[in-house]
Write a protein that binds this ligand. Sequence first.
Ligand SMILES: [Zn+2]
Length: 227
Amino acid sequence: MPFEIMSNQIIFLGSGGSVIGSIEVVCGPMFSGKTEELIRRVRRAQIARQKIQIFKPSIDNRYHESDVVSHNSLSIEAIPVKTAIEILYRVFDSTRVVAIDEVQFFDSMILKVVAKLAKRGIRVICAGLDQDYKGMPFGPMAELLAIADSVDKVQAVCTLCGAQATKTCRISKELTDQVIVGEADIYEARCRSHFDYYDEEEDFFQHAFPFLERWQQDKISRMNQNP
Ligand SMILES: [Zn+2]
């Protein structure tokens, strides 16, 4: 399939040179500039006079009800939606670009929604957290990254050592729900070595123990067979 790469965005072209849809994902930890990158791509599409619609989940009302606002106060108007399927019904036939911010908060239906939009010939740009505060894939993100045509992982700066941060650390350990919308009062960006996943060890041994036990038994039975 022919395609053109224009400043880290891939535009897929059909046989007649017509633009066909695509799915782009910008992901990373908090404070990594995901939303700034989303806004930058939206602004470029606006300059190119393409019809754009921007959506965000209505769960995320940290700054403004209908704006996508980044940490450095860049903002752009967005339509808050309660479910992923709502996006499908709100996109106009004339829309060429759909941007979705905080995509990790949507249900798994978002995978079908973005695929359907891309099939309609729409360029879909998604931004979101790839991992939760435990370092595990956030909501539909693992599958979204798999079905995307292009993925850009952006990094923040570790608050402890200044290295590139790929993880979001929840400072308060009492809060254990996956979704707690907050800011620098609750979260910090951390590098891998300063990412304190408090029950990692426990979790590892819980999963590894049955395998270790079986391996030990196999070893004993082999020794008994070949004394
Ligand atoms: Zn660090």
